[in-house]
Design a protein around this ligand. Structure first.
Ligand SMILES: *[C@@H]1O[C@H](CO)[C@@H](O)[C@H](O)[C@H]1NC(C)=O
Ligand SMILES: *[C@@H]1O[C@H](CO)[C@@H](O)[C@H](O)[C@H]1NC(C)=O
Length: 412
């Protein structure tokens, strides 16, 4: 799946650091306290969100400022402040410009004029003072923020809303691979996996989403999650009558077992193939979910081909091939294309017997699809239909070749 991940919360996190920087800047320049807080308040309004709780506590759900400060002390200096400070403002001037743009123009311009009278040395000194102040502030690092969210998840008396918010925060925080690698170390995987069993669907969905995001292209996290046995629960979620829940379970499963032999073994022993067949065979299932299932099948078959592994025997079972072949009769060009890709990969597997596909009626299904592609497409679909037809012919050819080879071997 493409990495279309939301960044808005990340940027508002960054924004909060900037707000604090302005407050500090004002303080360092010895502005009246009222001006400093006005600057922050005005900027906060411009952010379109409610910032009245203050910067750091925006992330905390069940804690007050004192607890947070104590935690920051315990953890030590984070690197976030320095990075954001350096990246956000190239110079004291640009920082000041930003402050001016986000606050009461009249008051701050006066102050700015005063600052510009300062000499180079004085400016440099101010700059160091600000840096020291910011270091003393010890903004929470991503690890701190993850710990806060995890503490909330482990708090049984937290409201459903706060639990969902803690999960949403984790979802964003586990995107960077370093954070995903830390998640288990700081005790985050267990509560997230437990929430796959939450009575609330949204909570279950977000938990599956976190597991998928954290384990994507990450062998370490894949094996940690598999080690906790989460796959069994995710396979069950794949049967959900909620298309949203089933789709998120499928996302997490795909991320967990992709390029991972142990994950694929676990998938087999949890009867993941039956879940896939259920999705393919049920008329009430959302077609987008069926596409995801077909995509996963292609991915698994390709992995078998490229790695020379043969751990997924179900891919070549006749009843499974029948489920896939039947999908070609659905009138959805995009789905049909994905199914053709899956069949092409399945055909290439040495374990797949072409006569099984013959008995599934692949021949006649491919023929009917050819007729459909010739007759049905509207003008704007013609080109796409042509591409799908080329793929259909390729599959037909591979199929016939494999059938002939099979017959030749049998005749010997
Ligand atoms: C912001 O917070 C104030 C005070 O807590 C509250 O009255 C107001 O409704 C909040 N605004 C939004 C947009 O959440
Ligand atoms: C658990 O959550 C409740 C409700 O938000 C809060 O009052 C309490 O302090 C929290 N407990 C801990 C240990 O954080």
């Amino acid at each position: 799946m493409a990495k279309a991940r939301p960044h808005s919360e990340r940027s508002s996190h960054r924004r909060r650091n900037l707000l604090l920087a302005v407050a500090l800047l004002s303080a360092a320049l010895l502005l009246p306290a009222a001006t400093a807080s006005a600057a922050v308040a005005v900027a906060a309004e411009g952010d379109g969100e409610n910032r009245s709780r203050g910067a750091a506590t925006q992330w905390a759900t069940g804690k007050d400022e004192g607890e947070l400060a104590a935690e920051r002390e315990a953890v030590g200096v984070g690197s976030v402040v320095e990075d954001d400070f350096a990246g956000g403002f190239g110079s004291l001037d640009s920082m000041l410009q930003w402050a001016i743009g986000n606050s009461d123009p009249g008051r701050l311009k006066e102050e700015a004029a005063d600052v510009q009278k300062l000499s180079e040395d004085e400016l440099l000194k101010r700059r160091h003072e600000i840096k020291d102040l910011m270091e003393k502030l010890k903004m929470p690092s991503d690890a701190d923020l993850m710990k806060i969210a995890i503490a909330d998840l482990n708090n049984a008396s937290i409201s459903l809303e706060d639990r969902q918010r803690a999960l949403q925060e984790l979802l964003i925080l586990v995107e960077p691979i370093d954070n995903a690698n830390d998640l288990d170390k700081i005790g985050g995987l267990v509560p997230v996996i437990q929430d796959l069993n939450n009575a609330n669907e949204e909570i279950r969905i977000t938990s599956a989403w976190i597991l998928g995001t954290a384990s994507q292209n990450n062998a370490l996290v894949q094996s940690q999650i598999l080690g906790y046995g989460a796959l069994a629960r995710l396979v069950k979620m794949g049967y959900s009558t909620s298309a949203k829940e089933a789709a998120k379970a499928m996302y997490a499963i795909s991320a967990l077992i992709r390029n991972n032999v142990n994950g694929q073994e676990a998938f087999t022993s949890e009867n993941g193939n039956a879940m896939l067949q259920h999705i393919l065979g049920s008329n009430s299932v959302d077609v987008r979910l069926q596409k995801k299932a077909v995509f996963l099948i292609t991915d698994l078959a390709d992995f078998q081909l490229n790695s020379g592994s043969s751990g997924l025997a179900f891919l070549s079972e006749r009843v499974f091939l029948k489920s896939v072949t039947d999908m070609l009769s659905k009138f959805d060009l995009d789905l049909q294309e994905k199914v053709l890709l899956a069949i092409r990969s399945l055909l290439k597997l040495p374990s797949t017997d072409a006569t099984d596909l013959e008995s599934c009626g692949l021949d006649s299904v491919l023929y009917r699809l050819g007729v459909q592609l010739e007759e049905l497409p509207s003008e704007e679909q013609k080109e796409y239909a042509g591409e799908v037809d080329a793929l259909r012919r390729e599959v037909e050819m591979l199929f016939q070749q494999k059938l002939k080879r099979g017959t030749a071997t049998a005749a010997l």
